[in-house]
Design a binder for this molecule. Structure first.
Ligand SMILES: [Zn+2]
Length: 176
């Protein structure tokens, strides 16, 4: 069990993400220099690597000894994340799209991470959020606690309010 997880996890680095070098190079450099954004927005059609890169980024920002900007897969934090660490929160906006969900998130982000350096919120299909949910999210993204990083992903950037987009560092994933 342990070995299986370990091996599965260890095979994942930014260099294995196909044909998105314009993105992975930038993300790796951010890890190496420690110049991280508070909020990222990954856009592009399905299957272009958005979720893979979001998960890699969540690990890389917390890894104790990143290797060339990718998570090492071997440190205690990498192993903890592979086993399901509560500091990495993955939400699917298609099923958590209401204002109550985002308000709960706003309260939750204030608490410091349990184990990791950063709590990372990965919100997939973020365009599915309701208008009031977007407003609640916007307030959090405007003044995020220093220990929080948001990674929003969407296939439909045109449905994400400009106020949200303008506060995120945007990466456009392209079809291979
Ligand atoms: Zn590590």
């Amino acid at each position: 069990m342990y070995l299986a997880l370990y091996r599965k996890y260890r095979s994942k680095t930014f260099d294995e993400v196909i044909s998105q070098e314009h993105i992975t190079t930038t993300l790796k450099n951010q890890i190496k220099t420690g110049k991280l954004a508070h909020a990222y927005l990954f856009t592009g059609s399905r299957g272009t690597g958005k979720t893979t890169c979001a998960k890699l980024m969540a690990r890389a920002v917390n890894c104790l000894s990143p290797v060339d900007g990718s998570p090492c897969g071997e440190c205690e934090v990498c192993k903890a994340i592979a086993d399901g660490c509560p500091d990495i929160i993955e939400m699917d906006a298609a099923s958590n799209n209401g204002v109550d969900d985002v308000r709960a998130l706003r309260d939750e982000v204030m608490y410091t991470p349990v184990l990791c350096r950063y709590k990372v919120y990965i919100i997939d299909e973020v365009h599915m959020m309701s208008g009031s949910a977007f407003n609640a999210l916007l307030k959090t993204i405007e003044e995020p606690p220093a220990h929080v990083i948001f990674i929003l992903a969407t296939t439909e950037i045109q449905k994400v309010p400009a106020t949200i987009v303008s506060r995120c560092q945007q990466f456009s994933f392209r079809r291979t």
